[in-house]
Design a protein around this ligand. Structure first.
Ligand SMILES: [Zn+2]
Ligand SMILES: [Zn+2]
Ligand SMILES: [Zn+2]
Ligand SMILES: [Zn+2]
Length: 366
């Protein structure tokens, strides 16, 4: 039996959130050039190690146009020059994509309206706009290569650092058989000529292969289990939409809940929460999300279930596959909260900044 449930909205509508307007998807409503630009949108917050805007001492600095422009075009929150998308409030204050998403996520967690950190005017995904002129101007400003310290226009820096710079860090071609050497690219061929690893014994090489095998095995086991599950008798595919709600405690806590959906002849609900229900996740710079599957039907037979959360056709959630297992009985009708395997904090903030979270939940039962 394979069921396909598209989760219909039968719950009362969620409490009014500050940012409740639907977010236009770039393909529907934005002009083509916006769609182009959206591709480069980057939600990652700036590296801790910031790119230098270029350093000149004393008087020279006042006269350097790019330094003065850098001070004007930088993000009002992190004071760094944005690497990708630049947003602005209705008064024109600039924010990089990472900081903008972070501000929206914090507002969601605090149940407040998001405001511009500079002027406190309300901001949301719909009221803030991209500023392409600033994005293009920033991409022309010089930045220093982290390896060779030469200056390049920002729009060519990534290519330079990844593919062209002779000083960029590379590894020895014998790394797979255990050579730990890492160094500037221009020293690599010199090293490889003298590298001792090709002349090592098979026994030494075995050690290096073991650790590679270990990594590969873990991955293989995951895929093996997925193929195993695909042979189960009952598989249901549910596209779940989570909406934000508040607990009615004194300090309202944010949680997410789906509408009821039916699968395997029972009724279900998915709940999700931030940082394992931490009291105030805005105090923490690390963020993650965990979710729970709740069986809503009464009088059930014991049910052994495997489940996995994936992106699905309507979501844009960036989640790694991880299989969980739970034995439902009449007394045990809620799984523990398990990690929604997101890659990092910026991805979690991106989900918080959106109005709803969509993902696909696949359930397997024998
Ligand atoms: Zn910023
Ligand atoms: Zn502002
Ligand atoms: Zn370089
Ligand atoms: Zn080597």
């Amino acid at each position: 039996m394979i069921e396909l449930n598209i989760n219909e909205d039968i719950n009362p509508s969620p409490i009014d959130m500050s940012d409740n307007q639907p977010i236009p998807s770039s393909s529907e409503s934005a002009p083509q050039f916006m769609a182009e630009a959206a591709k480069q949108e980057e939600f990652a917050e700036p590296d801790i190690k910031k790119r230098k805007i270029s350093h000149f001492s004393g008087d020279e600095k006042k006269y350097k146009l790019e330094d003065r422009l850098g001070g004007i075009l930088c993000c009002a929150v992190c004071l760094d020059l944005p690497r990708a998308a630049v947003y602005q409030c209705s008064n024109g204050h600039l924010m990089c994509a990472g900081c903008f998403t972070h501000v929206l996520a914090d507002a969601r967690l605090r149940d407040e309206t998001a405001t511009c950190p500079s002027c406190r005017v309300e901001i949301s995904k719909t009221s803030a706009t991209r500023n392409l002129a600033v994005e293009n101007a920033v991409s022309e400003l010089p930045a220093e290569c982290q390896y060779c310290n030469k200056q390049f226009p920002r729009n060519s820096l990534v290519r330079h650092e990844e593919a062209e710079c002779e000083e960029r860090i590379s590894g020895c071609k014998y790394s797979r058989i255990g050579c730990p050497w890492r160094g500037p690219l221009h020293e690599r061929s010199e090293h490889e000529k003298e590298c001792v690893h090709p002349n090592r014994s098979g026994a030494d090489v075995m050690e290096a292969l073991k650790s590679i095998d270990h990594q590969m095995n873990e991955e293989r086991m995951l895929y093996d289990s997925i193929f195993d599950l695909l042979g189960y008798d009952k598989i249901t595919i549910n596209d779940v939409q989570l909406k934000p709600y508040r607990t009615d405690e004194f300090v309202h806590r944010l949680f997410y809940e789906s509408s009821r959906f039916s699968a395997l002849n029972y009724q279900w609900v998915v709940k999700a929460r931030i940082n394992n229900n931490q009291k105030d996740p805005t105090q923490s710079s690390e963020r993650d999300m965990s979710y729970q599957l709740i069986l809503k039907s009464k009088s059930v037979k014991p049910l052994s279930l495997n489940y996995i959360a994936l992106r699905g056709p309507v979501g844009d959630i960036n989640v790694k596959p991880r299989i969980y297992e739970f034995e439902f009985t009449e007394q045990n009708y809620e799984t523990p909260f398990v990690k929604l395997p997101l890659p990092d904090t910026p991805e979690c903030n991106r989900l918080l900044a959106a109005t709803t979270i969509n993902f696909r939940l696949i359930m397997f039962s024998k």
